[in-house]
Every structure is written in structure tokens, then in C-alpha cells.
Write a protein that binds this ligand. Structure first.
Ligand SMILES: Cc1cc2nc3c(=O)[nH]c(=O)nc-3n(C[C@H](O)[C@H](O)[C@H](O)COP(=O)(O)O)c2cc1C
Length: 333
């Protein structure tokens, strides 16, 4: 069973941290679909230290989401430690995670995110400094290396362990790969065999069967799912069920998908406000609509949507349209 410090997860299925996606509205929804652990989107250490209003709002956690891991990023020791202390003392997060994987230049230019992957000594120093100042378990999420010539995943994970880190999530890609190519699960297995702390494997888990294969082939303690859960919390539910029973549950109906999309929208409105939530929800709605017949026309309309009422009417009209088509096909058939 996946256990990080004293925190025990009820299953090994973990929702990946995703910026612009994993706020409380989405996390709670995914939690209700059975995730063992949900991770919050990355938060800037400096934003926390300077009490930036938008950053402070990102620290909101609903009790029902727990256990939850809150991720911070930064490149300087002082602000990283300050931010970790703030999260430790002022939020109900269960785990403090440090980002060592973000590949975007805006982040790596500040010596944050994936930049750390080039220097196991820095990882050791930074993680030790954070661990010394907080009560909550500290974990790290990293990529396997900077580029093909600099794959220090084993050394880096060992540095986290020596520094007192309680787990590592490992995305089997380099920084240079961004999201291209295939995730390397061999490295994940190698890292798992090189440390005693739990390892959560990540990268290219697209189906419940992939999740089982990752657990079986690499021996990891947990399996982290990112893009496959976008607009598809059922992916999490189906994975948990498959791992527990070996049975593959069916895909949701269009009505079920749109009902959850509207629930997600309403949670986002409660969290932010209608204007911001509806605009943010446009990308989520497109993800919920993936695979639904006739979705292109509705997606275009959704991109012009500014109110809850309009968005909900587009989604409910689509459900009626799809169900009518299915009924008439059943009659013809
Ligand atoms: C939209 C998006 C935002 C992401 N934001 C973060 C983030 O804030 N912190 C992080 O550690 N990784 C982030 N990632 C990386 C994911 O957590 C994960 O490592 C990656 O998507 C690979 O897993 P997957 O193949 O299951 O999607 C993000 C990925 C996506 C697609």
C-alpha cells in the first residue's frame, strides 16, 4: 500500500499535479471518483512568501479532498523554505511536494523546476533545508533527467532519500523531451530498486491496463495519472476498480459525462467567480466532450460562452441530441 510518512493512501492511484487544472474543484471531483491521493497544481514559493492574492487562493483545500499533496516550486533556498513553512503551518495539506520537473523556460530560467535535475548536491541541500523546518512529509516530483546526456534519476532520488524526503514521483521523460516521445519505464524500475522510500511512477498511463502494467513491470508503490484524467475522472474510477477486482468497467454515457462537467463547473464558480470559471471551463468542457459524436460544433460554441446558463444549455442540448439519435438508431436497428 502507498504510504508517505504516516499518511496511508487507500489505493495507489494518484492524480498528477497539473497547473491550471488541479484546483480544488477538479481535485474534489477526481477524489469522489476514488483517487488514493490528489496533487494540487504547482504554486510559486515567492507568490506565497509575498502573499500574492491569487497565490493565496491557490492554497485552498476542501477537507473532503484529503489526503492531498501540495506542490511548491522555486530556485532559491530561502524563499523555498519560507514557503514550505507557510504551507506546513497554515494549510490542511497532508504532504509538501517540491517541483523538480517543470520544463518551461520561465521556470527553469529561475533555477527552479527541471533545472535542479542537473545537480544532485543542490537537491540534497534544498530538500534537507525544507525537511528541517516542517512537520509534514516532504516529497519530490521529478523528471528522469535534463536531456539524454544527463540522466541522473537514480542519484537524484537517492539525494532526496538522504535528505529526508519521504517519496519521489518520477516522470519517465527528460526536460528536453517536454511531452514528446514515450515515457521510459525502465528508469522508473531502476530508481525503485535504488531507494527505500516509496516511488510513484508517472508517464503515459492512458488506460487502467497501463496502470497495472506500470505497477507490475516497475514495482512502484503508486501510479500517477495526468492527461488521461482530463475531462475523464472515470479513468481514475475505472483504474481503481481494475486494480482491485481485475474487472474493466464500461465508459460513461454522454449524460453522465455532461452531469459531471456541470458539477465541476459549479464547483469552479464557487471557487472563483462565474466569469473566470466559465472561461476556465471552456478547455475542460472540450476534454469532457472528447469522443462524443458531433462535439466539434458544440466546442466552437463553448469557446464563445461567457455565462453558466449558456454553457449548461449547450451541454444539455447536446445530451438530448445524442440520446435522440441513439433512440432513433435503436428503433431502426
Ligand atoms: C496541463 C498540464 C499541467 C501540468 N502541471 C504540472 C505541475 O504543476 N507540476 C508538475 O509537477 N507537473 C505538471 N505537469 C506534468 C504532469 O504532472 C505529469 O508529470 C505529465 O503530464 C506526465 O503524466 P501523464 O502522461 O499521465 O500525463 C503538467 C502536465 C500537464 C499536461
Amino acid at each position: 500500500m502507498l504510504k508517505i510518512g504516516d499518511i496511508e493512501m487507500k489505493n495507489p492511484v494518484v492524480l498528477a499535479p497539473m497547473a491550471g487544472v488541479c484546483n480544488s474543484a477538479f481535485r474534489l471531483t477526481v477524489k469522489e471518483f476514488g483517487a488514493g491521493l490528489v496533487c494540487a497544481e504547482m504554486v510559486s514559493d515567492k507568490g506565497i512568501v509575498y502573499k500574492n492574492e491569487k497565490t493565496m487562493n491557490m492554497l485552498y483545500i476542501d477537507e473532503r479532498e484529503k489526503p492531498l499533496s501540495l506542490q511548491i516550486f522555486g530556485g532559491e533556498r530561502e524563499t523555498l523554505v519560507e514557503a514550505a513553512k507557510f504551507v506546513d503551518q497554515n494549510t490542511n495539506a497532508d504532504i509538501i511536494d517540491i517541483n523538480m520537473g517543470c520544463p518551461v523556460p520561465k521556470i527553469t530560467k529561475c533555477d527552479a523546476g527541471a533545472k535542479w535535475l542537473l545537480d544532485p548536491n543542490k537537491i540534497y541541500e534544498m530538500v534537507s533545508a525544507v525537511v528541517a523546518e516542517v512537520e509534514k512529509p516532504v516529497t519530490v516530483k521529478m523528471r528522469m533527467g535534463w536531456d539524454e546526456e544527463h540522466i541522473y534519476a537514480v542519484k537524484n532520488a537517492q539525494a532526496v532519500e538522504r535528505a529526508g524526503g519521504k517519496a519521489v514521483s518520477l516522470h519517465g521523460r527528460t526536460r528536453v523531451q517536454m511531452y514528446e516521445g514515450k515515457a521510459n519505464w525502465d528508469i522508473i524500475r531502476e530508481v525503485k530498486q535504488s531507494v527505500n522510500i516509496p516511488i510513484i511512477g508517472n508517464g503515459d498511463v492512458q488506460t487502467p491496463q497501463d496502470a497495472k502494467r506500470m505497477l507490475d513491470e516497475t514495482g512502484v508503490d503508486g501510479v500517477m495519472i495526468g492527461r488521461a484524467a482530463l475531462g475523464d475522472p472515470w479513468m481514475i474510477y475505472r483504474t481503481v476498480q481494475y486494480l482491485e477486482t481485475g474487472k474493466l468497467m464500461g465508459e460513461p454515457s454522454v449524460r453522465e459525462k455532461m452531469d459531471v462537467c456541470i458539477l465541476h463547473l459549479d464547483r469552479l464558480i464557487a471557487l472563483k467567480n462565474e466569469d473566470i470559471a466559465v472561461r476556465e471551463m471552456r478547455k475542460h468542457a472540450a476534454w469532457y466532450l472528447k469522443g462524443v459524436r458531433g462535439n466539434a460544433r458544440v466546442r466552437n460554441a463553448i469557446n464563445e460562452c461567457n455565462t453558466r446558463e449558456h454553457l449548461v444549455s449547450l451541454l444539455t442540448d447536446l445530451v438530448i441530441e445524442v440520446e435522440e439519435k441513439e433512440q432513433s438508431q435503436a428503433i431502426v436497428g
